[in-house]
Structures are given as C-alpha cells and as structure tokens.
Design a protein around this ligand. Structure first.
Ligand code: FE2
Ligand code: FE2
Length: 160
C-alpha cells in the first residue's frame, strides 16, 4: 500500500472515532434535556462510528499495514436545541462523505483496487447516514411549533 493511502486511512480511523465522540456528546445533550429517545438514537450512531473505525482497522491489519494513533479532538457542544444538534450531525456527515471521496480519489489514482473495494461500502453507508439524519431533522422541523409532538417522537425513538 502506498504511504499516502496508509496515512489517509489512519486519519479516517481517527475521524470515525471523533464521530463516535461527537454523537456521544449529542446523546449526552439529549439525556440532559430528558429527551431519552433522541439520546438513545445518538448513542446508537456513536456505536456505529466505532464499527466504522474497526472496519478500516481490520482492513489495515489484513494488509499488514501500520496503524498509527492520533489525538481525538473534543467535540464542540454549544447546541441550543434539538434541531441545532441535528444540523450539526448532518454537517458532520457531509464532511465525512467528502473525506471518503478524497481517499477514493487517491486510491483510484494509485490503482489500489482493494482500498476502492473497502471504500465502496463506506460510500453507501454515508448515503444512508446523511439520509437518516436529514429525515429526523425534517420531522423535527415539521413539528417545531408543538413541543408535545416532539415528546411523542422522543417516545417513539425510545421504543426502537
Ligand atoms: Fe462513520
Ligand atoms: Fe457517520
């Protein structure tokens, strides 16, 4: 594997851990305002991000590649309401999608077909995640005027 791809994949592992950290912080925010369904939803997202990191980690091990550890950034937690949190999540997922595309482009230029194969899964996954957060945000927006409806939604999420 070319050094460039190794560096990019290690950076991506770090970004996936950061994503987990960010969604855990979002989960904490919802727990603090007693929106337990949303808290549970975000906690599940955090767990998924750890699985993403693991997927890249396993791939690097499989290819007998070096794994490097970098500092995980602290998430910015100045959210003011539920919609604000979802906006942050959507923005973050878009950023992650761009990063995946950057690695894809590099792997393509270097004819690294195995990495392209790994990244195909991530490209599909990013589409799903962006959509998941977008739908939830639209539901929040639709019910923005009525906090009682938001509570109903929270109870529904809690059941999942
Ligand atoms: Fe991810
Ligand atoms: Fe994600």
């Amino acid at each position: 594997m070319e050094n460039k791809i190794n560096n990019l994949l290690n950076a991506q592992i770090n970004l996936e851990f950061f994503s987990a950290y960010l969604y855990l912080a979002m989960s904490t925010y919802f727990s603090e305002i007693n929106m337990d369904g949303f808290a549970k939803f975000m906690k599940k997202q955090a767990k998924e991000e750890l699985e993403h990191a693991q997927r890249i980690y396993d791939y690097l091990l499989l290819r007998n590649e070096k794994i490097t550890y970098q500092r995980i950034e602290a998430p910015d937690t100045n959210w003011t309401n539920a919609k604000d949190v979802l906006d942050g999540a959507i923005e973050h997922e878009k950023f992650v999608s761009e990063k995946i595309k950057e690695i894809y482009k590099a792997a393509d230029e270097l004819d690294d077909y195995a990495t392209l194969n790994l990244l195909d899964w991530f490209i599909d996954e990013q589409l799903e995640e962006e959509e998941k957060f977008r739908v939830l945000k639209e539901k929040i927006q639709a019910f923005d005027e009525c906090s009682c409806t938001l509570e109903v939604m929270d109870r529904e999420l809690d059941k999942e």
